[in-house]
Design a protein around this ligand. Structure first.
Ligand code: HXC
Length: 258
């Protein structure tokens, strides 16, 4: 892979968009490599994935403007679909994902981090959807996920004005869950990932599916989704292990993902 790296640190995966000379901008090759890396993640071993950008300046500064500049209408639509399909694969990856946003997260970069479950930002992070300043709309899900994450009014304000926001404002509007000094960001992301990895993995994956799927339907249908997933946990060793240990007033054995 030229532009996307994946390293496993025990049960944590670290996925890095690695094209720092272009501030990790997403051309079609980067997106196709991301697709392949997502397909290769073994959720039997990896319990949480951190997504970040190489270098100190950018998470991802957007889709590749040089490549987009010559697209036809049909090619633009196909490029949007390519990114949408891969970002949806990221969003529905069975295990939790944490975006460690270490700098510019603009356009497709902001859309990439919004496809992750949780966003942690460095104090140097900058978020925005600058597309209307370039004569286009967001195209990798920005119009959809921004409104779902921060509400329709704030999403419309940010997208119509193409205004960039810094980490404290992103925290205030709920776009990110925490902000850390740049030097501490990855350690904090790994700490959270390890904490998630220490919980019962099948239950964690079921929570992700229940929240993701439930947000797409009315609450009664969402509750049915939850009931099914809740019930399925009672066929797992991890549930038996944890509840037996509680009753016997001892610490449970490590979860085995079964
Ligand atoms: C291609 C990019 C790029 C991008 C940066 N680079 N962003 N190349 N596409 N999105 C390249 C620059 O051309 C430059 O290459 C190198 O990275 C360093 O960038 P500079 O501009 O020199 O850095 P700086 O002056 O510090 O400015 C940083 C910046 C600026 C503010 C982030 O690079 C910027 O505004 N980038 C574009 C941000 C943007 O508009 N993103 C949204 C794109 S639209 P050279 O070779 O000159 O060193 C989008 C649509 C998504 O994402 C949906 C598609 C379907």
């Amino acid at each position: 892979m030229a532009f996307v790296e994946f390293t496993a640190k025990e049960q944590i995966g670290i996925l890095t968009i690695n094209r720092p000379n272009a501030l990790n901008a997403l051309n079609d090759q980067v997106i196709r490599e991301l697709d392949q890396v997502l397909d290769s993640i073994d959720v039997g071993t990896i319990r949480c994935v951190i997504v970040t950008g190489a270098g100190e300046k950018a998470f991802v500064a957007g889709a590749d403007i040089a490549q987009m500049s010559k697209l036809t209408k049909a090619e633009g639509e196909a490029f949007g679909k390519l990114g949408n399909d891969v970002f949806r694969k990221l969003e529905t990856l069975p295990v939790p994902t944490i975006a460690a946003v270490n700098g510019f997260a603009l356009g497709g970069g902001c859309e990439l981090c919004m496809s992750c479950d949780i966003r942690l930002a460095s104090e140097t992070a900058v978020f925005g959807q600058p597309e209307v300043g370039l004569g286009i709309t967001p195209g990798f899900g920005g119009t959809q996920r921004m409104a779902r994450l921060v509400g329709m009014g704030k999403a419309k304000e940010l997208i119509y004005t193409a205004r960039n926001i810094k980490a404290p404002e992103a925290l205030a509007i709920g776009l990110v869950q925490a902000v850390y000094p740049a030097a501490e960001l990855m350690a904090e992301a790994e700490k959270m990932a390890n904490r998630i990895a220490g919980n019962a993995p099948i239950a964690v994956r079921a929570c992700k599916k229940a929240i993701n799927d439930g947000m797409q339907v009315d609450i009664e249908a969402g509750e049915v989704i939850e009931e099914k997933l809740f019930g399925s946990c009672f066929e797992t060793q991890d549930q038996q292990n944890a509840m037996t240990a509680f009753i016997e007033k001892r610490k449970h054995d490590p979860f085995v993902n079964a």
